[in-house]
Write a protein that binds this ligand. Sequence first.
Ligand SMILES: CC(C)(COP(=O)(O)OP(=O)(O)OC[C@H]1O[C@@H](n2cnc3c(N)ncnc32)[C@H](O)[C@@H]1OP(=O)(O)O)[C@@H](O)C(=O)NCCC(=O)NCCS
Length: 144
Amino acid sequence: MSDAEQIYELANYYAEKGQMLTRARHQIYENIRDFLVAEDEGKIVGVAALHMMWNDLAEVRTLAVAEGYKRKGIGHKIVTDLMEEGKALGVKKFFALTYQPEFFRACGFSEEDKNNMPQKVWMDCINCPKFPNCDEICMTRLAD
Ligand SMILES: CC(C)(COP(=O)(O)OP(=O)(O)OC[C@H]1O[C@@H](n2cnc3c(N)ncnc32)[C@H](O)[C@@H]1OP(=O)(O)O)[C@@H](O)C(=O)NCCC(=O)NCCS
């Protein structure tokens, strides 16, 4: 729970730049078990969450790596570790809605038509300021 405030600050730093969706504090606290963080001497420098979505489907969300720590493999490591955990829980397919398709391609994801995703995925979208004009790219990959 003591990581929540730093997660909030890191995620919303990029949300203010329009690079990802805003996360409210209550969403972070309520879903704290979804998160994996990377630390440098106690400071959180990377974060992502794996959110169980539907049947054997899970979403990689709230992905951010701090300025000065990018392109060092931190994002890749967090996403890979989250997928390992998801696989152990029975997840068969992972997806992300993103403006960073190249990063997800490097993590083994490929582009998929958003309309292929189950309706449950769109429940969160109603709260998005961009709804219904979503311009995020849907990337998916199967578990190993
Ligand atoms: C996207 C983000 C999380 C990537 O984290 P990262 O730790 O820098 O990524 P990694 O170092 O693990 O990159 C792994 C690979 O992904 C690809 N990649 C990462 N960032 C990329 C970029 N900006 N453009 C193109 N490819 C990129 C590269 O292939 C990279 O491997 P390489 O460095 O050996 O070439 C980070 O840039 C970030 O926080 N961006 C701002 C917030 C954001 O856009 N979040 C995503 C919301 S879904």
